[in-house]
Design a protein around this ligand. Structure first.
Ligand SMILES: Cc1cc2nc3c(=O)[nH]c(=O)nc-3n(C[C@H](O)[C@H](O)[C@H](O)COP(=O)(O)OP(=O)(O)OC[C@H]3O[C@@H](n4cnc5c(N)ncnc54)[C@H](O)[C@@H]3O)c2cc1C
Length: 477
């Protein structure tokens, strides 16, 4: 008897899986036309692409559970996806996987102002969580720059941060509970609308687990009363190292600004051309924001301005109005878009101790010359969360590879000075092989065993987070 051609086998399997998925979801929630699945072939790390087998868009926890049960029975890998803004390739599919998108899970399920929490479906965008409570004077603190688009699900998976996380912490510090669907379709509740759930700290484990352990469908989030007021100050310096030293001194002084953001000259120039925020033409600038009552703001800014003056700033501009504050933030908020207009870039994400900022900024400048590739720095300096943007030309042969090697050297430097590979963007595919730099084999094996427990068949978000060589035998089943 003739064997069917491999393509025919693949097609028959695809048809069977799609038919089973369509039996538990509305037909428009299952996408298998290659012209449409292309929209899901990458996330914001666009250098890497692969169309999935199919895409499903369930509308409830029950539908998510039904999808996972089928994929578990069929041995089909599943890639959870929020809004696809990951910069680490975390939501990129493999050719044999089903993308499980949560973009239809957008409801607000409960708001409790007395106990300061909101419960939402996990596909709701970050900014619209604040949108749901701001009329009552509340907000949700973690504020990634992508907050207009990114989903709470992705924020939880990546333990995302943002400009204002210096004071309020990142997602894990603002997450109270999740509904998690495991790969076999079992639904579990973890944490809830109260501080510190009993039992193991599963919530701490799930937050930042990059879609490796289950699919989050609902989240209970802490909401906070809006501060009385806030005031940013713009500081310009004639060297990045001096700006870095100023950040280290502010942190050392024990004042706690709500944000300390850093931009260097290439970034300042690009954002000025793009947004015209009126930034000074200098080597580096800081935006330092404090909040509280007028008296608290004056007191904190008094200390901060005194420190800044010791570093000979070329500009010190304290905001005097809401319009001026918005203008100070305008350039920073448009920095990524502005850089994207003029160059291909790869956005890195590593953390370092704040005191190492001057050294690391100097080394990045030196490496930029060694590699012959430009670099622009824009990052959350108060947390020591660096985001060097390496500039390259995607159409120039060899440039991407050089850019990756440069990026790997920067991340190794972060680890060397006592920091880590990722502050908020996650490991994804981008840094999976660098995990060996941060962890020794026993550390990695311990992490793999955690996944063994939640996902024994290794079907969830395959080939991410861990070095490929360390997971090959598990992924092969
Ligand atoms: C311009 C720009 C600016 C950015 N600024 C910041 C910033 O300031 N701070 C920051 O932290 N990040 C930032 N990011 C990165 C990105 O926005 C965050 O990582 C964000 O949390 C991703 O959310 P998402 O919904 O787009 O997730 P996706 O990209 O869709 O997925 C991200 C990861 O989450 C997993 N996942 C998605 N949904 C689920 C689910 N339901 N259950 C389990 N796992 C799931 C995916 O498998 C993947 O591993 C930025 C990105 C861009 C493009």
């Amino acid at each position: 008897m003739d064997m069917p051609a491999p393509n025919a086998v693949v097609m028959a399997r695809k048809q069977k899986i799609v038919a089973r998925l369509a039996s538990v979801l509305p037909r428009d929630a299952v996408i298998d036309d290659p012209a449409e699945t292309r929209a899901y072939e990458c996330d914001a790390l666009t250098a890497y692409r692969c169309p999935p087998l199919a895409v499903v868009l369930p509308s409830s926890t029950e539908e998510v559970a039904a999808v996972l049960r089928i994929c578990h029975e069929e041995g089909v890998p599943v890639v959870p996806r929020g809004s696809g803004t990951s910069l680490a390739g975390g939501a990129m599919p493999t050719a044999d996987s089903v993308i499980l998108g949560v973009s239809r899970l957008t409801e607000v399920l409960e708001v409790d102002y007395d106990n300061r929490f909101i419960r939402v479906q996990a596909g709701r965008t970050n900014l619209s969580v604040t949108g749901a409570v701001e009329e009552e004077g509340f907000f949700y603190a973690p504020d990634p720059s992508s907050q207009l688009a990114c989903a709470i699900a992705g924020n939880i998976a990546m333990n995302s941060g943002g400009a204002h996380c210096l004071k309020y912490g990142v997602t894990t510090n603002n997450l109270l509970g999740v509904t998690l669907v495991q790969m076999d379709g079992t639904v579990v509740e973890i944490g809830g609308a109260y501080m510190d759930a009993g039992g193991y700290d599963w919530l701490g484990l799930i937050c930042g687990s990059e879609g490796q352990l289950g699919v989050v469908t609902e989240a209970t989030l802490r909401i906070l009363p809006k501060p009385e007021g806030a005031r940013p100050v713009l500081m310009g310096f004639d060297s990045s190292e001096v700006a870095g030293a100023c950040v280290a001194d502010i942190i050392k002084a024990g004042v706690l600004p709500v944000a300390i953001e850093f931009m260097d000259r290439p970034c300042i120039r690009a954002t000025e051309a793009f947004a015209g925020a009126g930034y000074p033409d200098c080597e580096a600038l800081l935006i330092v924001e404090v909040e509280g009552s007028a008296a608290e703001i004056d007191e904190q800014l008094g200390v901060i301005l005194q420190i800044a003056r010791k570093h000979d700033p070329v500009e010190l501009r304290e905001s005097g109005s809401a319009e001026e504050s918005a203008r100070i933030w305008l350039g920073r908020k448009s920095a990524f878009g502005a850089m994207g207009q003029i160059n291909d870039y790869m956005c890195l994400d590593g953390t370092i101790p704040v005191s190492a900022l001057p050294l690391v900024l100097r080394r990045i400048g030196e490496m930029s010359k060694e590699y012959g590739l430009g670099v622009a720095n824009v990052f959350h300096a108060g947390d020591g969360n660096m985001h060097p943007l390496i500039l390259f030309d995607a159409n120039k042969p060899g440039d991407l590879e050089r850019c990756e090697a440069f990026g790997a050297d920067i991340l190794k430097l972060c680890v060397e000075v006592g920091g880590c590979l990722t502050g908020e963007h996650g490991v994804g595919i981008e840094k999976r092989d660098l995990m060996n730099v941060q962890f020794d084999p026993a550390d990695i094996e311990a992490q793999l065993r955690v996944k063994d427990v939640f996902d024994p068949k290794w079907l969830l978000n395959p080939a991410k987070v861990f070095p490929l060589a360390a997971t090959a035998s598990r992924r092969a089943g």
